[in-house]
Design a protein around this ligand. Structure first.
Ligand SMILES: [Zn+2]
Ligand SMILES: [Zn+2]
Length: 276
């Protein structure tokens, strides 16, 4: 499976994603990783890796990424994961390090929904609850920006300069939801985290298509295209990126379903791995 790169404004996303095979992404800036697939070389550039859950098509690559970073004498790595799996993930990482007889210089950091981590000068990641069959989290990439304070917007440029010179605070900080990554999740995520509909870029899994697979999503904690279509009116995102398609389906079949079921969103929907 070839790596794909998608440029959306000033964000670049690279990665691979197919259900049951492997899923990992890197997002630049800041260069962090969401999930680790089964281990891919580009992950070795990430100082921070956010793991959505412990299924091995997402998690097995964690020790491989740490091994690569150690071999290249890269700096300290922080691996963030749902708190419930931190102990087991730590054992996996320590076991791999013992096998290789090296020190990975990495820490496993437990996260719960609502926790925030600084990932750049103006960037942070916030964890939120998703809806999978094992403990799982999704992640928002948030940018802090400064803008003219609400109380100053009616002022002329000269008045603003005068206030600034008088030592008054004329700016305020606000947060922009740049990107939201949902790892594996069922439709419960839409009620749990409605903020995902307002992210500029939304990476959302879509595992199943077609009537025969309609009820598999609920059983395995995944989304069917019809679950997504039911939310069609809510997607305010500039870009919707669908990933994690089952290997039983072709990307052009998913494209046809998007055109049929989500005509209003189709023009801003990308299918991971679809030729541009
Ligand atoms: Zn998966
Ligand atoms: Zn999973």
């Amino acid at each position: 499976m070839a790596k794909t790169t998608l440029r959306l404004g000033d964000l670049t996303i690279e990665g691979q994603s197919r259900a049951g095979d492997e899923t990992w992404f890197r997002v630049h800036p800041p260069g962090l990783a969401f999930d680790a697939g089964r281990g891919a070389l580009p992950l070795s550039g990430a100082e921070q890796l956010f793991l959505s859950h412990g299924h091995l098509d997402h998690a097995l690559g964690v020790p491989f990424a740490l091994s690569q970073r150690t071999m290249h004498a890269s700096g300290e790595t922080r691996v963030y994961c749902p708190a419930e799996i931190a102990e087991d993930l730590n054992r996996l990482v320590r076991g791999a390090a013992r096998l290789e007889q090296v020190d990975y210089r990495a820490t496993v950091e437990p996260l719960a929904a609502g926790d925030r981590v600084e990932v750049g000068r103006r960037l942070l990641v916030e964890a939120f609850a998703t809806d999978h069959v094992v403990p799982s989290l999704g992640f928002h990439l948030i940018e802090r920006r400064r803008r003219l304070a609400a109380g100053c917007r009616h002022l002329s440029p000269a008045e603003i300069v005068a206030r600034r010179q008088a030592g008054e605070e004329v700016e305020e900080e606000h947060e922009v939801l740049r990107l939201t990554y949902c790892g594996d999740t069922g439709a419960g995520v839409f009620a749990r985290e409605p903020r995902l509909f307002s992210a500029q870029v939304l990476l959302l899994e879509c595992t199943f298509l077609g009537p025969a697979a309609r009820h598999k999503g609920r059983r395995f904690g995944h989304l069917h295209i019809e679950d997504i279509a039911e939310q069609a009116a809510r997607f305010e995102n500039e870009h919707l990126v669908l990933h994690h398609l089952s290997r039983r389906f072709r990307r052009r079949e998913l494209r046809a379903e998007i055109d049929r079921l989500l005509p209003g969103v189709a023009g801003r929907t990308h299918i991971w791995g679809e030729p541009a």
